[in-house]
Unconditional design. Structure first.
Length: 367
């Protein structure tokens, strides 16, 4: 729902919300993808990239007309697969319910303020009155509940577990929120702040990489000690520009397991102290630009500063995949491709050489 929040909070009329809550095989959109239909018929968002939108639109109109919230399944196994099946051969489950303007406003405000938020929606239960109810958690505090205190307490904890990893997923609990029971099925949508990408070195390659980083959803910072290069004119799209010695700035920043650090400075007096500091963080990815020769020389300098071989193994150096490009834009694409592959568990090999699912599912459900 994140992609359509701005539209939803601008609507001054009732709307139905359809959310992907389950996918199998090569489904085109991930769990959490959403489409909304207003009472006047306006549509925003997508649940399948076009394959089943017409059928989901009709389901939304039915809910707007008084039908109960429900899960609809679309895929090649349906009797009417030719009419509304997924052309890619996958299957999706879509939960359709009436939208809640108060819920949307709370989530949108949290996103604006970069506060972690989660929405937990009951998508299945023996008690049909529960189906469609939801709660909102912002920064670990319950903001809107289902009306069942016991259930709310259990879901706040479970939603927090998924939110900590920035992931969506389905959990099962008892009617009073008990763990290890399956009376109630709940879909949790996480609205974690965007992961951070910090680029060190205000060079042309950094400008191209910053643009790609913003495009794929990172909160991008460019840091360099040289104010003449670290200007908004050269980096119009980044979220933050910082003029400081890179290693000193890194000490002041909250780096977590989703943070990406890209060292493009090309200067030992910047690189070495910065990399030593970066290796002390839990960053998901530490990429360092350089030739084979400069990479070897840098490794020797880092060893003199006490960096072990095990620590050096954390570095992606030289950074990027072998795409054969050389321009700043092509190099940035190479680096971003490696970051995406690292984040998603991809191989970096051509899909034509592989078998199995194209889209990977990365959902961790706390136990």
């Amino acid at each position: 729902m994140r992609d359509i929040l701005d539209h939803l909070r601008s609507w001054g009329e009732p709307f139905a919300l359809a959310t992907v809550v389950g996918t199998w095989q090569s489904a085109p959109r991930p769990a959490g993808a959403a489409m909304a239909v207003s009472a006047s018929g306006e549509v925003v968002g997508s649940v399948s990239g076009g394959c089943v939108e017409a059928a989901v639109y009709e389901a939304c109109l039915e809910v707007l007309s008084g039908a109960r919230p429900h899960v609809a399944t679309y895929g090649v196994s349906d009797d009417d697969a030719f009419a509304v099946g997924l052309t890619c051969g996958g299957t999706i489950e879509v939960f359709v319910r009436l939208g809640d303007p108060a819920e949307v406003a709370t989530v949108a405000e949290a996103v604006d303020e970069r506060q972690p938020a989660a929405v937990a929606t009951v998508v299945g239960a023996a008690d049909v009155e529960l189906v469609g109810r939801s709660l909102v958690v912002v920064d670990a505090a319950l903001r809107h509940g289902t009306g069942r205190p016991g259930l709310d307490d259990g879901l706040v904890t479970l939603a927090g577990g998924l939110l900590a990893h920035g992931r969506n997923g389905t959990v099962h609990v008892g009617t009073n929120g008990e763990r290890r029971m399956e009376e109630v099925t709940v879909f949790v949508e996480s609205y974690a702040p965007p992961p951070r990408m910090i680029i060190f070195g205000a060079i042309d390659f950094a400008a191209a990489l910053a643009h790609l980083g913003s495009y794929v959803g990172y909160h991008v910072t460019v840091c360099d000690a040289r104010p003449v290069f670290t200007t908004r004119r050269r980096f119009p799209d980044v979220d933050e520009l910082v003029v400081a010695w890179p290693h000193e700035y890194l000490r002041t920043v909250a780096v977590d397991e989703r943070t990406v650090l890209c060292v493009l400075t090309h200067d030992p007096k910047f690189d070495v102290p910065l990399i030593v500091e970066a290796l002390r963080t839990p960053a998901a990815y530490i990429g360092v630009m350089g030739s084979r020769r400069s990479t070897d020389e840098r490794a020797a300098r880092l060893a003199e500063h006490g960096v072990t071989q095990a620590q050096l193994a954390r570095l992606s150096s030289p950074t990027g995949l072998d795409l054969g490009g050389s321009t700043p834009e092509e190099t940035a694409l190479s680096i971003m491709a490696e970051i995406v592959a690292h984040r998603s568990g991809g191989t970096g090999r051509p899909l034509s050489e592989l078998s199995g699912p194209i889209h990977r599912t990365r959902v961790a459900v706390p136990g």
